[in-house]
Ligand binder design. Structure first.
Ligand SMILES: [Zn+2]
Ligand SMILES: [Zn+2]
Length: 505
């Protein structure tokens, strides 16, 4: 293609052309040029030239290989990348519905002008940019679900495998001096792991199994153990891995027992009350369904259909719970009482089922009846005042679940609100192992994605056992210029976590 005329082309990879005005954080604009490695849809890595110009107050313009690439509003802060971890989402990035090529990488430590370290909340929502008032999702506390968010290193925003990032101002959190780099670089995935550990509700004496304890799964084991220490709970932690080395690590991270998952499971054969699936594979989910007595918590986004659903990744992205519509009146009352709407509002129920809603439901819920999820969504979008989504969607088959998750082709919008619930109605249907387990034995599938960085940092600061364990996850370290090799290595069984270092940062 010959880009020899471009200003950034002569720069070495990761090199900087020019920085002005204190990273653009004061009223005078900043300007920086660099070359970074982009990830492409064919799973290859190639360099590209970037220019970032602007300021936190006025917004930023990003150009790529000499052409306009992205215009960002205010609330972004320019930071220099210091370290960035490779995670499974990076390896599966081509399956996610966001434009490529992109500079990816979202588990980063970044430096400000004074060289102070920060971790970065990757969801650039209105709230994270300091613009909460503009958005009903951010106002409702659903900041990681803001429909207008960009996500650093995943959706639009250049990520931490490049030498510079534009980070949402309120999502840029200083790292306490006591935490070494090898702990700080794990704050993003640890926050996600802690969120999962705090979402499930094991009773005293129950067993929580973590299936596939590796990059993320070992952090989930550590988070379950830290939560148990903090809250004085008495649940048991079981790590299920085929690999002896990972079983051993899981025990040092706080599991009470580590075992290989059963080699052949054709039907329900419970090993735990709750199974947290961190495998990131469709077969892992199917195994979890068979091993879990009452709940599977899904904790990975592989972007592929699984367990009879097209949109399993979207369940995780939106943190939706999938369960049965209750048979008994008392259970219906509990379900409605626990609906995730604002206090004082009637729960908003989208009834997408052929049968009539049960008598009395219309008095206890804001009921919207129809067979077309897209039409119901349009109706809710034009109803002012509330979050334009249903709190609960009731469906009767796998197609209904998929329609409630993504009613409009090509749009990443659900009918049901983030952290809402989809209920499966009816006891008959031949629609795969997941829906079968929900119908026949009341299994629930919950899911979670990103966590709260400040909660994670607080726990890491006060639990020295936890903080001292985490660095053993970092098995490899490479310069950021070797991204392609790092992604290959991250796919090999010997590697748990690779951290890329930005030289000179
Ligand atoms: Zn990640
Ligand atoms: Zn928002």
């Amino acid at each position: 293609m010959g880009h020899a005329h471009e200003p950034g082309e002569r720069l070495p990879l990761g090199g900087i052309k020019r920085v002005t005005n204190n990273y653009g954080t004061d009223s005078a604009p900043g300007h920086i040029e660099f070359r970074g490695l982009e990830y492409h849809a064919n799973d290859e890595v190639h360099p590209a030239s970037y220019v970032m110009a602007g300021s936190a107050q006025q917004g930023w313009k990003i150009s790529r290989n000499g052409s306009e690439h992205l215009t960002l509003g205010p609330g972004y802060r320019l930071l220099r990348t210091h370290r960035c971890g490779v995670c499974s989402t990076d390896l599966d990035r081509r399956f996610l519905p966001f434009p490529l090529p992109q500079i990816i990488g979202h588990e980063l430590i970044a430096l400000d002008t004074d060289g102070k370290r920060h971790v970065v909340e990757i969801n650039a929502s209105h709230a994270a940019r300091g613009l909460d008032d503009e958005c009903p999702f951010c106002r409702s506390g659903l900041t990681t679900h803001c429909p207008e968010r960009r996500v650093l290193g995943i959706h639009d925003l250049p990520g931490g495998f490049g030498p510079w990032v534009l980070a949402p101002e309120n999502g840029t959190i200083p790292v306490p001096n006591a935490l070494p780099d090898d702990v700080a670089v794990l704050v993003e995935p640890f926050a996600a792991a802690l969120h999962a550990a705090e979402q499930v509700t094991p009773m005293p004496g129950e067993t929580v199994a973590v299936l596939g304890p590796r990059r993320l799964g070992l952090l989930v084991v550590a988070a379950l153990a830290a939560r148990r220490r903090r809250d004085g709970n008495t649940y048991r932690i079981l790590a299920l891995s085929r690999r002896p080395g990972l079983r051993e690590l899981a025990l040092t991270f706080g599991a009470d027992q580590a075992a290989p998952p059963p080699a052949r499971v054709s039907d329900f054969s419970p090993m735990a009350d709750i199974v947290i699936d961190t495998t990131g594979s469709p077969t892992g989910l199917e195994l979890s369904i068979r091993l879990a007595r009452r709940e599977v918590h899904l904790k990975s986004t592989h972007g592929q259909p699984a367990a009879g659903l097209a949109h399993t990744t979207e369940l995780v992205v939106d943190e939706i719970t999938l369960g049965a519509w209750p048979d008994r009146e008392t259970d219906t009352a509990t379900l409605l009482a626990e609906a995730p709407c604002q206090a004082g509002d009637l729960p908003r129920v989208a009834w997408l089922v052929g049968d009539e809603p049960p008598p009395g439901l219309a008095e206890r819920a804001e009921l919207h009846v129809g067979r077309d999820a897209a039409a119901l969504l349009s109706k809710l979008e034009t109803t002012p005042g509330r979050l334009p989504r249903a709190d609960i969607a009731v469906v009767e088959d796998a197609a209904g679940v998929d329609a409630a998750l993504r009613p409009r082709a090509g749009e990443e919008i659900a009918l049901v609100r983030p952290r809402g619930r989809i209920c499966l109605y009816g006891r008959s249907g031949d629609d795969g192992p997941l829906l079968g387990a929900i119908r026949n034995r009341g299994l629930e599938l919950s899911a979670s994605r990103c966590g709260d960085f400040r909660r994670a940092l607080t726990l890491l600061e006060c639990d020295s056992e936890l903080a001292s364990r985490l660095p053993s996850l970092v098995t490899h370290r490479m310069p950021a210029g070797q991204l392609s090799q790092a992604l290959d290595l991250a796919r090999s069984p010997d590697c748990i976590k690779i951290v890329l270092d930005h030289p000179g940062s």
